[in-house]
Design a protein around this ligand. Structure first.
Ligand SMILES: [Zn+2]
Length: 575
């Protein structure tokens, strides 16, 4: 099938206006549309020069970001009018850009979710050596992702399992000496590397997947635990108890599951450090000592003798649904091998009865990334020859509810996950112009970073590691669900070292966004943004994707990476 970009032809005015308003390279800039017409007219037309098309791509980003971040789109919450407008817009624009439906003859993938809300305060009661009922919200938060209600755990034994980690590639197993089935397991947040700052241990200061609460709950469920309690500490968690309290006490949204999530532990939650200290003391143990022991290789789980835990959770469950939007350019030679670009289209929506600005427009987060998906579709669709491998543009829903759209895709992939070559994710683009640096989140993960370094050098840019790897940002956007499924995944963002104004100014811009607009109604579109830096990022991702789409190589996770095992298990599928 040959893809053409018919829709673009009805938008020349938009291009012309936007182009007139920006651009420091004057007459040298070639609009994407002109490039396309050249390409369509004759195959001898020169391939687009990345730098020359920078302003044109910036104009495309402006155009789509302005629409999706407008008040008309109501903050793009899943399962709302604004969400539907966004889905319709994306289908229309992917088609116009020249990318066909990516899920058979449909552009959509259904994402069913359930909203689970506690109907009474959940109860946690310790008995025996520790006789206490920690208060809901101020001393503990627990809940259940099971769809059925009520869920209770009665008089379970309590075991301290250290960090709750099973990492065969590191010869580490906190469950080696314990049968956790039916018990309540208590564990520390983050990983032994952070605790010891020993770079030889779990990447030192940088958080690994094993440090995330999501991993800990999953692993405890695999071990058959009935209850899972993570001890909160602000340093290793990266946030205060208030964040735990706020994010765990409202409605909890998860993917709908045929088994009603019965594979997960019945009760999951957190306890405060003070609660943990009292619990350990009652069992005759010193919390600080046990914590230090848990960071030593060969740590063995310890029963909190004489302590029992009982829990009760009652919930109401409500279903709703949304859609991922998938567009694709089929590979001409190896269509089952795919390069997948992702960006989440959803944001936080609006509050109907609120005074003042009640719309969370999510312009940077993530209308910009979604606009970049359209720009990438346009760039790939207008190459002189179709790609040998398929190139997929996946705009996922419900990222803000816990990366659910990408989880749905990774667990029910349209294209085989074993032969998905790479994922490149975009979440919040730079709005302050061209920079010399590109920041790799989760730096040191996979060979995709070698590709990035090479194309960045061609733009006279350098890649730099993220400044706060201990905060685990690599595990907080949609590429992570691909990583978890074994697919090498790259997540980078434009840096702060402004070509025009220097690094201090760039840092100010970044900090100003985080402090004043991030996840707030003020994250609004500004026509004065300089998106040429974002356009350069788009060109980097295009170059990497285009190269991979025409190679037969399979980029690997670096040695020691926590996702390498799962990828290696399917090596036979990649010849
Ligand atoms: Zn985001």
């Amino acid at each position: 099938m040959k893809f053409r970009p018919p829709g673009l032809l009805v938008l020349p005015l938009g291009f012309a206006i936007a182009l007139a308003g920006c651009g420091d390279s004057g007459t040298e800039s070639a609009p994407v549309m002109d490039m396309m017409m050249d390409t369509a007219a004759e195959s001898t037309a020169a391939a687009p020069e990345p730098v020359e098309s920078r302003e044109a791509i910036a104009a495309v980003l402006h155009q789509h970001t302005a629409v999706m971040a407008s008040d008309e789109f109501e903050g793009r919450a899943p399962a709302t009018r604004g969400g539907q407008l966004t889905i319709d817009y994306l289908v229309e624009q992917f088609s116009a850009a020249g990318a066909g439906p990516g899920n058979g003859d449909s552009y959509l993938q259904q994402v069913d979710v359930v909203e689970i809300t506690a109907t009474i305060d959940p109860m946690l009661r310790f008995s025996g050596a520790f006789d206490a009922s920690p208060a809901y919200k101020s001393e503990m938060v627990i809940g259940s992702r099971h769809h059925e209600s009520p869920v209770s755990v009665a008089d379970s034994e309590v075991v301290f399992v250290g960090y709750g980690i099973v990492a065969p590639e590191r010869g580490w197993n906190d469950y080696a000496d314990v049968d956790a089935a039916g018990k309540t397991v208590v564990m520390l947040v983050n990983d032994p590397g952070y605790a010891t700052q020993n770079p030889e241990l779990f990447n030192g200061n940088a958080m690994t997947w094993y440090g995330r609460w999501m991993y800990k709950f999953d692993e405890a469920a695999r071990q058959g635990a009935a209850g899972v309690l993570i001890v909160h500490e602000t340093g290793p968690a990266g946030y205060g108890w208030d964040v735990v309290e706020n994010s765990w006490t409202g409605p909890q949204i998860t993917l709908a599951a045929e088994n009603g999530n019965s594979h997960l532990a019945p009760v999951e939650g957190w306890i405060t450090l003070e609660t943990a200290q009292a619990l350990f003391a009652a069992a005759g143990m010193d919390y600080a000592e046990m914590k230090a022991a848990a960071a030593e290789p060969g740590f063995s789980a310890v029963a909190l003798d004489g302590v029992r835990a009982s829990m009760n959770v009652e919930t109401s469950v409500r279903g709703s649904s949304s859609q991922n939007v998938i567009a694709a350019i089929p590979g001409s030679a190896r269509p089952d091998e795919t390069i997948i670009y992702t960006a989440h289209w959803d944001h936080l929506g609006m509050v109907a009865d609120m005074e003042g600005d009640n719309i969370w427009n999510g312009a940077v987060d993530n209308a910009t990334g979604t606009a970049a998906l359209i720009a990438l579709a346009q760039l790939h669709a207008t190459q002189p020859a179709p790609p040998q491998r398929s190139v997929v543009f996946l705009a996922v829903t419900a990222e803000e509810s816990g990366l659910l759209g990408s989880q749905r895709y990774a667990e029910n992939p349209v294209y085989p996950i074993e032969t998905t070559v790479a994922n490149i994710n975009m979440d919040g683009l730079n709005t302050w112009g061209r920079v010399r640096d590109i920041v790799v989140i989760g730096h040191g993960s996979s060979e995709l970073e070698d590709y990035l370094a090479e194309v960045a050098a061609a733009q006279d840019r350098v890649i730099v590691p993220e400044p706060t790897p201990e905060r685990g940002f690599y595990y907080r956007s949609d590429h992570f669900n691909f990583a978890r499924a074994g697919v090498p995944a790259l997540y980078a963002e434009g840096g702060t070292d402004s070509r025009d104004n220097g690094n201090d100014w760039g840092v100010e811009q970044s900090e100003d966004y985080v402090a004043n607009r991030y996840h707030a109604p003020g994250d609004e579109y500004d026509p004065n943004w300089d998106l040429t830096g974002a356009a350069e990022d788009v060109l980097l991702y295009f170059e990497i994707g285009n190269r991979l789409a025409n190679e037969s190589t399979w980029p690997q996770w670096y040695e020691g990476n926590e996702f390498k095992q799962s990828r290696d298990a399917s090596a036979a599928a990649r010849r």
